[in-house]
Design a protein around this ligand. Sequence first.
Ligand SMILES: Cc1ncc(COP(=O)(O)O)c(C=O)c1O
Length: 312
Amino acid sequence: MAVSAFRDGEYVPLNEVTVSVQSHAFQYGTSVFEGIRGYWDTAASDLLLFRPDRHYARLHRSARFYGMTLPYSVDDLCDITAELLVRDGVREDAYVRPVLFKDTNAIGVWRPDLTDSFVVFHVPMGKYLADEAIRCCVSTWRRPEGNAAPVRAKVGGLYAAMALARYEAMLQGFDEAITLTATGHVAEGTGENVFLVQDGRLVTPAAGEDLLAGITRECVIELAEAELGLEVVERSVNRSELYVSDEIFLVGTAAEVTPVAEVDRRLVGDGQTGPITADLKDLFSRVVRGRVAKYGHWCFPVRTQVPQAVRP
Ligand SMILES: Cc1ncc(COP(=O)(O)O)c(C=O)c1O
């Protein structure tokens, strides 16, 4: 399989896409990015991108924080990504990483002469977190506060803080960290949003907290309400609720729906995947693979989107 990338208007071999150590993005974290999953559909012989339109809309929003120029519409970006994957003949589950960054080689925290470069590449991707329920801790590192960092954008530099939380969790033998906001409310995982099950209802930190309100979160809320008839409450969540909820799960593009077995060495429920989590995990996995007709419009089949001439 060829491994290509799209860079600033051209499809090129991935190994020819380089970024200088002198680049502003490398030195100061001035990049915005997305992560989009593609699911291989054997029956249709096609790769289904999951909600690429929502991801690219968010990339456009993230770009605003640093006055970046992304000279492609959301539709263009979906088509570019489809063409890249089709050109490379991808026939397995994949993860697409678009990144827009300050590519100028320059020292200086901000300068008026910084220019932008846009790259899309892809890698094969299986599970991000474990398939079984995971063990989490509450991080001693707080999610940066919204007046101190661009918490509603996917900015490269912000992940230095999330990496610190995940590093600490792993050093202590946990699988993942759950961060709190500056005011001590539950924020999110290092790359996931958090849901709690309490007396048959779903509770999740409100989007107005200092967190990245993910696309998976929005899908899970819709599926829970529309398909499972569950009430979903978006509100501030206290740390102590993590110790007394019936079920907890994390959601994200990479993590999909991942059950949580323990928080800070206390079992969640009986430590097994709970019934509501199991139902949502199963439903979500069928939806992303295009097996639930009602949500077929969330899946973007790459081969049928590109011109015949590009198809292998
Ligand atoms: C910090 C953070 N929170 C939440 C999410 C989940 O977002 P999404 O479901 O859009 O992937 C991600 C992943 O992108 C993330 O990095």
